[in-house]
Write a protein that binds this ligand. Structure first.
Ligand code: AMP
Length: 299
């Protein structure tokens, strides 16, 4: 089944202590759509400006990502730049230039409104609402967010929580949203705000998933070399929903394996700048790492 992804489609300028790479293909929706595309058909909703390189559109097309909902507007593509410290868990946003996203109000293609799986990747909550308003009875909706929206758009974000099945956020954001240091207490509070499934990401330490069947402590795939973690969170949620959409049976039954597939795609993302390593990965490599994780965590 198809997955609809809305979020940022961006050019990212990324600086690590070792290298600098300007204007790479990035954005929450780009990472998530590419991750989901390993498993099945993906529909991408976003906007790019006239400075968006043709080769990035071709990259999406080669992966079978449907671009009918990707608007090409006059103006500049969303541009984000960030800098990592030696400890790559620490990142500083240097610039966020919204460009054509400032006025983006997409109208979804008619045929896309019944897409069963919906990923509201990180973007302004008002835009997430706007897309969700146009969907007709989706089977499963998951949303991602970031600290910026907790700071400047808390009200629409809280309203969104009533409308989605699942929320994914990192541990710092869970703390900010609930005012709770303890993750279990934070999870309970977030469930209370709406979503039946909540996933708290803890970077290299994996994720805690809470749902109707209790907790799942999801592993991260251990890496000995981190090149650029930008987009890891988006790859995680993209891989997760892509896998879910590709499987028969109930979401509750498939969720744990979906989360592990998300972790594995996120690990590939961290091994290269931007999307460079992710797009070189194969389904065989993903399966191999999923089996390795099974061995590492089974007891
Ligand atoms: P992550 O590393 O998973 O937090 O995601 C990084 C991606 O988020 C980058 O590719 C950025 O282009 C994108 N991004 C950064 N800030 C924003 C924002 N305010 N809204 C939407 N996307 C953003």
């Amino acid at each position: 089944m198809s997955v609809l992804v809305v979020g940022s489609t961006a050019l990212d300028s990324i600086k690590t202590p070792w290298r600098e790479n300007p204007r790479l293909l990035g954005g929450s929706a780009s990472h998530a759509a590419v991750a989901a595309s390993f498993f099945g058909p993906v529909r991408l909703v976003g906007v790019v400006g006239d400075d968006f390189p043709r080769r990035y559109l071709s990259l999406f097309e080669r992966r079978g990502i449907d671009l009918e909902g990707l608007e090409r507007a006059a103006g500049k593509t969303f541009h984000w730049s960030g800098e990592y410290e030696v400890n790559m868990n620490r990142r500083r946003t240097l610039k966020t230039e919204l460009g054509v996203f400032e006025t983006f109000r997409p109208t979804l293609p008619q045929a896309w409104r019944r897409t069963p799986y919906v990923l509201l990747a990180n973007i302004a909550p008002e835009l997430q609402h706007h897309v969700l308003d146009q969907m007709v009875r989706p089977r499963w909706v998951i949303a991602d967010t970031m600290d910026l929206w907790l700071n400047i758009a808390l009200k629409p974000l809280i309203r969104l929580l009533r409308r989605i099945d699942a929320l994914v956020l990192n541990d710092g954001e869970a703390r900010q949203l609930t005012g709770e240091d303890n993750v279990l207490v934070a999870l309970r509070k977030i469930h209370h705000l709406g979503p039946r499934f909540v996933m708290v990401k803890k970077g290299e330490h994996g994720a805690i998933v809470s749902g109707p069947d209790g907790l799942f402590l999801a592993p991260a795939f251990p890496l000995d070399r981190l090149v650029d973690p930008t987009g890891a969170g988006d790859s995680f949620v993209g891989g997760l929903i892509g896998y879910l959409a590709s499987q028969q049976g109930s979401i509750r039954r498939n969720l744990r394996r979906a989360v592990v597939h998300g972790s594995v795609v996120a690990a590939f993302c961290c091994e290269g700048f931007g999307l460079t390593r992710t797009v070189k990965s194969s389904m065989d490599e993903i399966r191999f790492r999923v089996r390795a994780l099974e061995k590492m965590t089974g007891f």
